[in-house]
Design a protein around this ligand. Structure first.
Ligand code: ZN
Length: 390
């Protein structure tokens, strides 16, 4: 069945909010054409007040942590936050499973069509295989920079890789957790066990202490490790910020998503882009506010033409899983950024980062991107609400 949708503005594939357009789809949601309104009989078109945009791509989530919603304090900083997460145990499996199911449904209803999802376990595999969204599972490895733990880590995560979902358009790859938790040998395993068409994700420069460890060999992470009985005596700091450790150890052949980047500088971004042009920068503003009460300075990204994507992070560090809520937060605190820029980050950039750009991310003939309605009194207000059209 042919359907026709129109609104005050359509977010068209040129990255602009365009008036006077009609989107024509078939019953499966494939885009058949994008036409001028005057070429269609008005009575055959569903017209909405507001904007129609393609479905969102959530480039950073941890679906398996959904049961921890509201359990960890806000505003403590990353190290106390991590300690809280690591020591949170003994949860009933039914509670975990239900929270994963609910979070998947919440993202779908919030207009999300694809998710880059960090997994340390296989708890989410079943839900991902039955989901109405596509999942790129990042099987996330860490050996706490301890050479003695590298082999057992690899064995453990081979099982996670095996058990994770790859039905339909779902994909999976091995990825490093963060510079401060992955040894050079573990990076080597990741380089050798992915192919160049795959995407890598890594948490990056989320807190000052992370840069301090690599620049000076001191700071909160040394004590954090000691607290778990782990020594960093063998670790040699380079004098450079933490992203340089990743650039030295990760092969540049993969699309790479750097996640958070709250402490990233212009120089860091230039270094990464000259290392690998397929570098993406995932921002998770609500999680940054939740954990560190701090946002990145987005001028650093727009000034360097960095390809930014948007993620929700997990319900452990967010109040909801909604890319639109992330956009609202950015517009609230850094309102100089045009809505078109944020919609580009939230749709086509995320689709490219995950390798889904041939089907998702823009209202383009032949794609099936999902359609989301943004409505409110003023089409461009940040107070608007969203709903899914298809
Ligand atoms: Zn994360």
């Amino acid at each position: 069945m042919i359907q026709k949708f129109s609104a005050e503005y359509i977010f068209t594939e040129d990255g602009k909010l365009t008036a006077g357009k009609v989107i024509v789809t078939n019953g499966s949601g494939d885009i058949l054409s994008v036409d001028n309104t005057i070429d269609h009989d008005g009575s055959s078109v569903h017209f909405f007040n507001g904007l129609i945009i393609p479905g969102f791509v959530n480039s950073h989530c941890h679906l398996e942590l959904s049961h921890m919603k509201g359990k960890v304090d806000t505003g403590t900083g990353l190290l106390p936050f991590l300690k809280n997460v690591v020591t949170f145990r003994d949860i009933n499996k039914d509670v975990i499973d239900q929270a994963i199911k609910d979070a998947d449904e919440e993202m779908y209803l919030n207009g999300i069509v694809a998710v880059g999802d960090i997994s340390n376990k296989i708890d989410t595999s079943h839900v991902k295989s039955g989901s109405r969204m596509d999942y790129y599972t990042f099987v996330e490895m860490f050996d706490f920079l301890q050479p003695s733990m590298t082999d057992s880590t690899i064995q453990q995560y081979k099982n996670v890789m095996q058990g994770q979902s790859n039905v339909r358009f779902n994909k999976k790859s091995y990825v490093p957790h963060a510079p401060y938790t992955v040894s050079p040998d573990l990076f080597k395993f990741i380089n050798e066990n992915n192919t160049s068409d795959q995407t890598i994700s890594i948490h990056n420069q989320e807190t000052l202490a992370e840069n301090e460890l690599f620049e000076k060999g001191t700071g909160g992470f040394v004590d954090f490790y000691k607290g778990f009985g782990l020594s960093l005596d063998h670790f040699k700091h380079s004098g450079k910020s933490s992203i340089h450790y990743t650039l030295a150890n990760l092969q540049p052949e993969f699309k790479t998503i750097f996640v958070h980047n709250t402490m990233t500088t212009t120089d860091d971004i230039h270094s990464a882009i000259s290392w690998n042009q397929q570098s993406f920068w995932a921002t998770c503003p609500n999680a940054n506010l939740y954990i560190e009460n701090k946002l990145p300075d987005y001028k650093i990204f727009t000034g360097t033409k960095a390809k930014v994507t948007i993620g929700t992070d997990s319900l452990t560090s967010n109040w909801q899983l909604s890319i639109w809520e992330e956009i609202r937060t950015i517009r609230k605190y850094q309102s100089y950024l045009p809505l078109e820029t944020l919609l580009t980050w939230a749709t086509i950039n995320g689709a490219e980062a995950l390798g889904y750009e041939d089907r998702l991310g823009s209202i383009t003939i032949g794609k099936r991107p999902g359609l989301v309605l943004v409505e409110g009194q003023d089409a461009l207000s940040h107070n608007n609400r969203i709903s899914r059209l298809i």
